[in-house]
Design a protein around this ligand. Sequence first.
Ligand SMILES: [Fe+2]
Ligand SMILES: [Fe+2]
Length: 158
Amino acid sequence: MKTYLPWSADLALGIPEIDNQHQLLVAMINRIYDALIHKAPREEAGCLLQELVDYTAVHFALEESLFRITDYPGYDTHKALHEHLKQQVMDTHRRFADGQMNLDLQLMAFLRSWLEDHINGEDRAYVPHMMNTGIRLKDDSRGWLERFLNSMGRKAIA
Ligand SMILES: [Fe+2]
Ligand SMILES: [Fe+2]
């Protein structure tokens, strides 16, 4: 079956822990598409949208904590944008749950650009800053990001 939003090098930022989280968001959007194709019960699609809402909050919180500990100058702007994006996906879920909106290709196109535009726009813009903070000091040693994630309790974000 066709994957709606295939993961590709175009979406990768080159920071493995962040790319893993972005891949999970992509996988969630693909599951929502599968639910559309298979005409899954409305309730099931609603659960998938709720999962996307929840994991979006986790991922954004992780990025924002990285911005704080690295003194990212774009913190305020990026955080405000996250709030806006969170609101958009929450509204989508609510309207779907209320029956004001159906799972269709228009909704899929919205979710695709909602994620892709952010990754390739504002997220890609923080990569040079993160790289400068020594996120990967040596190829053969674990970067501080991985140690940080482990110290937060990996299960919470996996
Ligand atoms: Fe992101
Ligand atoms: Fe972001």
